[in-house]
Ligand binder design. Structure first.
Ligand SMILES: C[S@@+](CC[C@H](N)C(=O)[O-])C[C@H]1O[C@@H](n2cnc3c(N)ncnc32)[C@H](O)[C@@H]1O
Length: 341
């Protein structure tokens, strides 16, 4: 029996995948979907409205058609259903997808271009590389970049935050402290769904105005406040539940463990720490999204890396949490819960 010949298709599709990725990211950047949501247009009109040069515009629009992001009917371009729902800046749902793609375009795309450097040197390729400042100080030194980064965190976390708001037995608790809260979406969603709770969002002081604006928009000013600080230098605020959303993957092993220890000290008896991240499967062979996220952390931080649920349970046990459980949320995200008994 002759064995089927291997096909190069998958190799080529992934090897050149950056072309499709960058076409979509540039379409978001120049506002293709926002313009077409206002009114469909033919190529010359769309090109003029976006301020694009004629040389590549036709290929650009038709590539978006071939990739399924636009439809062309009698020479007039329209958004596809999903791009209209999630990539039109005028719709609230843009924040949950478009914001992430803006950040990916402005920041991650360039950093990933230097992945080989990280593989060879172990060094981060982020903003701190060309600055005296550390990663966050360098990133937050520009107010626009600060807002774009914090909003992109809402994009990447929103679906999981909605799940956490309904999945955790919040009726057992009164207070929440969300560590590294960014815009505050986790605390916002939990408090919106659970009116008996009050909370704090803790983050570096620079995040305060972006957090306050988001909390105000969501009508939670009376129940949710910002605390500025450095979670390594200061005690964590005491609360019945302490959450770390997409935080542990930023730090080296020693700092991961330190944060869990600090949470144990800040919690009352019966309190819970909730860690969530895109967790790598225990065999480290299936969750490609989580493994790619771990590579992102290697490239954008000095010591950060992704981890499995089993590793997180071990660190929690070491920190003193005697009861732990892991629950899948949505997509690649899971939570690990530790109870202080
Ligand atoms: C990867 S983001 C996660 C944001 C959010 N929790 C989420 O899941 O979308 C990490 C957050 O930690 C904050 N952060 C970084 N270093 C910190 C520190 N030393 N103390 C307090 N917050 C810090 C950053 O400002 C940022 O908002």
């Amino acid at each position: 029996m002759t064995r089927p010949q291997p096909s190069p298709d998958r190799i080529m599709q992934i090897g050149l995948g950056f072309e499709a990725s960058k076409t979509l990211l540039s379409a978001v950047e120049v506002g293709v979907f926002t313009e077409l949501a206002k009114s469909p247009a033919d190529a010359p009109a769309l090109r003029d409205r976006l301020g694009l040069h004629p040389r590549a515009a036709g290929d650009f629009f038709d590539t978006l058609v071939a990739l399924g992001f636009l439809r062309r009917i009698d020479g007039v371009y329209h958004n596809a259903e999903d791009t209209d729902a999630f990539l039109d800046r005028a719709k609230p749902s843009y924040a949950h997808v478009g914001g992430m793609l803006e950040m990916a375009n402005a920041r991650l795309f360039g950093i990933w271009n230097h992945l080989t450097d990280t593989l060879r040197t172990g060094e981060s390729q982020d903003e701190s590389k060309s600055s005296e400042l550390d990663t966050y100080d360098a990133l937050y030194s520009d107010p626009l970049r600060l807002k774009q980064f914090l909003a992109s965190m809402t994009s990447i976390s929103h679906t999981a935050n909605l799940k956490i708001a309904e999945q955790v037995p919040w009726q057992d608790y009164r207070t929440l402290a969300d560590m590294g809260t960014a815009q505050g979406d986790l605390a916002v969603q939990v408090l919106l769904a659970n009116p008996h709770l009050t909370g704090v969002g803790f983050d570096l002081p620079a995040a305060a105005p972006v957090f306050d604006e988001y909390v105000e928009e969501n009508g939670l000013r009376d129940r949710l406040r910002f605390v500025g600080g450095d979670f390594f230098a200061e005690e964590l605020p005491s609360a019945d539940v302490i959450t770390f959303g997409h935080i542990l993957h930023n730090w080296d092993l020693e700092k991961k463990k330190l944060l869990l220890e600090k949470a144990w000290h800040a919690l009352p008896k019966g309190g819970a720490v909730i860690v969530y991240d895109a967790l790598i499967d225990d065999d480290r062979s299936e969750n490609a999204f989580a493994l790619l996220m771990s590579l992102t952390m290697r490239a954008v931080t000095d010591g950060g890396f992704g981890y499995t649920a089993a590793e997180c349970v071990d660190w929690m046990t070491e920190a003193g949490f005697t009861r732990t459980r892991t629950e899948h949320l949505a997509g690649p995200d899971s939570i690990v819960v530790g109870i202080k008994e």
